[in-house]
Design a protein around this ligand. Structure first.
Ligand code: SF4
Length: 327
C-alpha cells in the first residue's frame, strides 16, 4: 500500500500535478498505520502551495434561524425543534460593528452568513449596503458571503458591492445529498457555484463529513470539488445538534477526520483548506495535527450556532504549528 504514497508524492511534489481519483482512492484506503505518512505528505504539499501562511476568518450570522430548508444537520432549519431562536436580519450598522470586531480579533476575512434558501431583494440590498460600508471603513478586509442559492442578478449585485468571495458548499457527494436535504437539489448547489465563478467571484465550497456518507461518497465529494475548482475548501465535521435529524449521529473518528483533511489538500493542492465547524469536538487534542495535515486556515472562535474555543487558543495553535497569520 505504500506504493500509492510514493505515486502520490511523485505526482503532487515532483511533477506538481493533480492526483486522479484512482490515487486518491488508494490513499483513502491506506491502513491506519500509514495515515501518519499521508498527513506528512499533505503537509509538504500545503507548504509548497502556501508556505507558512494561515488564513483566519470570522463568520457573522446576519440572519439566524427560521430557514425554510430541511438540511438534516442544521439547527437553523425552521422544521426542527432546536435551541436556535430565530432572529431578524441585522441592521447595516451591526454588520459594520461585527466586521470591525472581526478585524480587531485578527481576521483578514469576514463572511456574512444568512439562514435562507436564497436572498430576497431586501436581504440582498442590506448585504450589499453593509459590504460597501465595511469596505469604506476597512478596504483591506476580504468580504465573503454565504447567502444560499444565487441567480445571475444576485451575483452581479454582489460583485458591484465589492464582495470578493461566495461560499456555497456542495456539502457531500451527489449520491448522498438527498439523504441530507430534500428541499433543494445538489444540482441547484452546483449551478450556484458555477454561476458565482462565471461572475468573477471567488468560490468557497466544501462541506461536512460525518453525515452517514460512505468512503466512496467522500471520494466522490472530493472529485466533484476537484472538478469545480474552488479557491477555498472549508471542512466541517458533523457536530450533532439536538433536535435535528442527525442529533444521534456519532462524532467523526479523529483519524478519519485528519485523513479527509489530507485528502482534500492532495485533491486540491493549491486551495485554501480551512478547518471549520466541529473541529473542536472531533479533533480535540489533535487540532495541532489538523493544521499539519494539509490545512492552511481556520474559522476563528465560533461558528453560526455553536461556540468554538478562545481566540488565544487558536492563535497559540497556529504559532505552535509554525504558521504566520495573514493580516
Ligand atoms: S444549511 Fe443553510 S439552507 Fe440548509 S437549513 Fe441551514 S440555513 Fe437553511
Amino acid at each position: 500500500m505504500l506504493d500509492v504514497l510514493d505515486t502520490a508524492r511523485r505526482i503532487a511534489l515532483d511533477e506538481e500535478g493533480v492526483l486522479g481519483r484512482d490515487v486518491l482512492a488508494g490513499l483513502a484506503a491506506l491502513g491506519r498505520e500509514d495515515v501518519g505518512a499521508l498527513l506528512a505528505l499533505a503537509d509538504e504539499v500545503r507548504r509548497r502551495a502556501s508556505g507558512d501562511a494561515a488564513a483566519v476568518e470570522v463568520l457573522f450570522n446576519a440572519k439566524k434561524g427560521g430557514c425554510s430548508e430541511d438540511c438534516h444537520f442544521c439547527s437553523q432549519s425552521a422544521r426542527y425543534a432546536t435551541d436556535v431562536v430565530a432572529e431578524p436580519l441585522r441592521e447595516t450598522h451591526e454588520f459594520l460593528a461585527a466586521a470591525q470586531a472581526a478585524r480587531a480579533r485578527g481576521a483578514a476575512e469576514f463572511c456574512i452568513v444568512v439562514a435562507v434558501r436564497g436572498p430576497s431583494a431586501a436581504l440582498l440590498d442590506r448585504v450589499c449596503e453593509a459590504t460597501r460600508a465595511i469596505l469604506a471603513d476597512m478596504p483591506e478586509l476580504h468580504v465573503a458571503v454565504s447567502l444560499g442559492i444565487l441567480n445571475d442578478a444576485h451575483c452581479a449585485a454582489l460583485v458591484d458591492a465589492g464582495v470578493r468571495k461566495v461560499n456555497h458548499n456542495l456539502e457531500t457527494s451527489r449520491r448522498h445529498f438527498p439523504a441530507i436535504c430534500t428541499t433543494h437539489s445538489y444540482d441547484e448547489r452546483w449551478e450556484t457555484c458555477l454561476r458565482a465563478k462565471r461572475h468573477g467571484l471567488e468560490l468557497c465550497s466544501g462541506g461536512i463529513i460525518g453525515m452517514g456518507e460512505t468512503a466512496d461518497d467522500r471520494l466522490d465529494f472530493l472529485y466533484a470539488l476537484q472538478t469545480l475548482g474552488p479557491v477555498e475548501v472549508p471542512i466541517n465535521f458533523l457536530n450533532p445538534r439536538p433536535g435535528t435529524p442527525f442529533a444521534d449521529r456519532s462524532v467523526v473518528d479523529p483519524v478519519e477526520a485528519l485523513r479527509f483533511v489530507a485528502l482534500a489538500r492532495l485533491a486540491l493542492p493549491n486551495a485554501l483548506v480551512r478547518l471549520a465547524g466541529g473541529r473542536e469536538i472531533t479533533l480535540q487534542g489533535l487540532q495541532d495535527l489538523g493544521m499539519r495535515s494539509g490545512a492552511s486556515g481556520i474559522v476563528l472562535g465560533a461558528y453560526l450556532t455553536t461556540a468554538g474555543r478562545a481566540d488565544e487558543d487558536d492563535f497559540a495553535m497556529l504559532q505552535r504549528t509554525g504558521f504566520r497569520v495573514l493580516s
